[in-house]
Design a protein around this ligand. Structure first.
Ligand code: C2E
Ligand code: CA
Length: 410
C-alpha cells in the first residue's frame, strides 16, 4: 500500500483503497468449523481476485478482512462499481464438501489523495468508514471528506484556480526542521495551503498538479518565494540564521526567467539571517540533466541551497551523483515510517546517509513522528529531522511564536 500510495502521489494519479470485511465470520466458523472456515476464506480471496482488474491488488489484512487497491481510479463512483461487483458475485453461495454457505460483507472505500495522501492515514480513514458502515448497517461505506462537495468536479477547481493570486485564498504554512546533532532549529519548509471561502481546505497534493497542468504554477511559485522571503524576514534571528525551503516543481527550473525571478525576490525581500533553499524532486534532472545542473549550480553560487526532495523514490542514478549541484537530500517519509520495523528500510536509510555524507551533502529525514525513529536516525548520523514529532506545518504567526518559544532539545 505504501508503494502504491507513493506512486499515486508521484505520478499525480488517484487510487482507491477498499477494505472488505466479512460479516459475522465467527458465526460461520462456529457453524461449519475452522477448517471449512479457512476454505471459505481461500475461496473468498480468489473471488476478489477474479472480480478485479489485472493491475489491482488484494491482501488479507486481518482474520476476516481484506484490503484492495485499485490504482488509477478517478472518483468514488468507479470504486463503488467494483464494490457492487464483489457484492453481486457473493450472491452465489460457496460450495463446501457437505454444505453451501452464503456470506455477506461490508465494504469501505477511500481515495488517495482525495481523502488522505499518506498510506497510514488512508488506511485509518478507510477503517473508520468501515466502522461507521457496520454501525449503520450499510453494505458500502464511502469516505465523505472533501470529495463530495469539492473535489468531484475538476471544472469547479479549475475555475476557482483561475486568478487565485488576485484573491487571498493561498496561505503558506511552515514546518520546522531541527538538527539532530545540536537540537537547534535550522529552518523550515514552506508548504502551500488553499483555503477556499466556500469549500474549505483543499489539499496541496490535489490542487498543485491541476495548477501545474493549467500553467498557473509559475506565478504561484513566484508568489510563494516572495511571500516566504518576506515572512521569514520577520522571524527571530536568535538562531544565527535559518533556511527556508520552497518546493519547486520539475519543469520550472528550466524556464528562461526562473533564475531572474528568484533574483528579484531576493533583491526585494532577502534578509541577512534567512537563506533560501529550493526543494526539487529527482525527476527534475531527467529531461535535461546538464542544463538543469548548470542552472542549479548558478543558483548555488548565488548563495541558495538546493535540496533533493523525496529522495529514494525516483530515478537516482549513481552515475550522476558526483556532479549533482546539491546541498541536501531529503529521505522520503515512506522509508522513515518503516525504519522501526523493517531492517531493509533501516539499511536503505543508512546507505542514503552515508552516500550523502560521502558527497558533502547533509541529510534530512522527512515525516518523523516517533521517538524511536528519531533515535535510530541519530544513531546513524542523519543530520536534520522534520515531522510531526517536532511540529506540524503551521501558519506564519504560529511559526513565529514556535520559534520564539523553542528550546534546544539537546
Ligand atoms: P512534500 O514536499 O514531500 O512535503 C511533505 C509533506 O509531508 C507535507 O504534506 C507535510 O505536511 C507532510 N508531513 C510532514 N511531517 C509529517 C509527519 O510527521 N507525518 C506525516 N504523515 N506527514 C508529514 P502537505 O503539506 O500536504 O504537502 C504535500 C505535498 O504537496 C508536498 O510533499 C509537496 O509535494 C506538495 N506541496 C506542498 N506545498 C507546495 C508548494 O508550495 N509548492 C509545490 N510545488 N508543491 C507543494
Ligand atoms: Ca518538500
Amino acid at each position: 500500500l505504501a508503494t502504491q500510495v507513493r506512486n499515486a502521489n508521484t505520478y499525480k494519479a488517484k487510487l482507491a483503497l477498499l477494505i472488505v470485511d466479512i460479516d459475522r465470520f465467527y458465526k460461520i466458523n462456529q457453524s461449519v468449523g475452522y477448517e471449512a472456515g479457512d476454505e471459505i476464506l481461500k475461496k473468498f480471496s480468489l473471488l476478489l481476485k477474479n472480480a478485479l482488474r489485472k493491475q489491482d491488488y488484494v491482501a488479507r489484512i486481518g482474520d476476516n478482512r481484506f484490503a484492495i487497491i485499485l490504482p488509477g481510479i478517478m472518483n468514488t463512483g468507479h470504486a463503488e462499481l467494483a464494490a457492487h461487483k464483489i457484492l453481486r458475485l457473493l450472491q452465489v453461495p460457496f460450495v463446501l464438501a457437505d454444505s453451501q454457505i452464503t456470506i455477506d460483507c461490508t465494504i469501505a472505500i477511500s481515495l488517495c489523495p482525495v481523502h488522505a495522501s499518506h498510506y497510514l492515514s488512508l488506511l485509518k480513514e478507510c477503517e473508520s468508514v468501515l466502522h461507521r458502515a457496520k454501525e449503520e448497517k450499510i453494505k458500502i461505506g464511502i469516505s465523505t471528506l472533501p470529495e463530495e462537495d469539492v473535489l468531484s468536479d475538476d471544472w469547479d477547481i479549475e475555475l476557482a484556480l483561475d486568478g487565485i493570486l488576485d484573491r487571498d485564498e493561498l496561505v503558506v504554512y511552515y514546518q520546522p526542521k531541527v538538527s539532530i546533532i545540536t537540537g537547534r532549529v535550522v529552518g523550515a519548509e514552506a508548504l502551500l495551503r488553499w483555503i477556499h471561502p466556500a469549500k474549505g481546505f483543499i489539499p496541496p497534493n490535489y490542487f498543485i498538479p491541476i495548477a501545474e497542468r493549467m500553467g498557473h504554477i509559475k506565478q504561484i511559485t513566484n508568489w510563494i518565494v516572495n511571500t516566504v522571503l518576506r515572512q521569514a524576514g520577520e522571524w527571530s534571528d536568535k538562531w544565527g540564521g535559518l533556511t527556508v525551503s520552497v518546493n519547486v516543481p520539475p519543469d520550472l527550473i528550466l524556464l528562461p526567467d526562473f533564475t531572474n525571478q528568484i533574483d528579484n525576490a531576493i533583491n526585494l525581500w532577502g534578509s541577512e539571517h534567512i537563506k533560501l533553499c529550493l526543494e526539487i524532486v529527482e525527476r527534475s534532472f531527467v529531461i535535461e540533466p546538464e542544463r538543469s545542473f548548470r542552472i542549479l549550480k548558478d543558483l548555488q553560487n548565488k548563495g541558495l541551497d538546493i535540496s533533493i526532495d523525496d529522495f529514494g523514490t525516483g530515478y537516482s542514478s549513481l552515475s550522476y551523483f558526483e556532479s549533482l549541484p546539491v546541498n541536501e537530500l531529503k529521505i522520503d517519509q515512506s522509508f522513515i515510517s518503516k525504519i522501526t520495523h523493517s531492517a531493509s528500510s533501516q539499511n536503505i536509510v543508512k546507505l542514503i546517509v552515508d552516500l550523502a555524507h560521502a558527497f558533502d551533502m547533509h541529510v534530512v529525514a522527512e515525516g518523523v513522528e516517533h521517538v524511536a525513529e528519531l533515535d535510530y536516525l541519530k544513531s546513524i548520523g542523519c543530520d536534520v529531522v522534520q515531522g510531526y514529532y517536532f511540529a506540524k506545518p503551521m501558519p506564519q504567526l504560529e511559526m513565529k511564536e514556535w520559534l520564539d518559544q523553542y528550546k534546544n532539545v539537546n
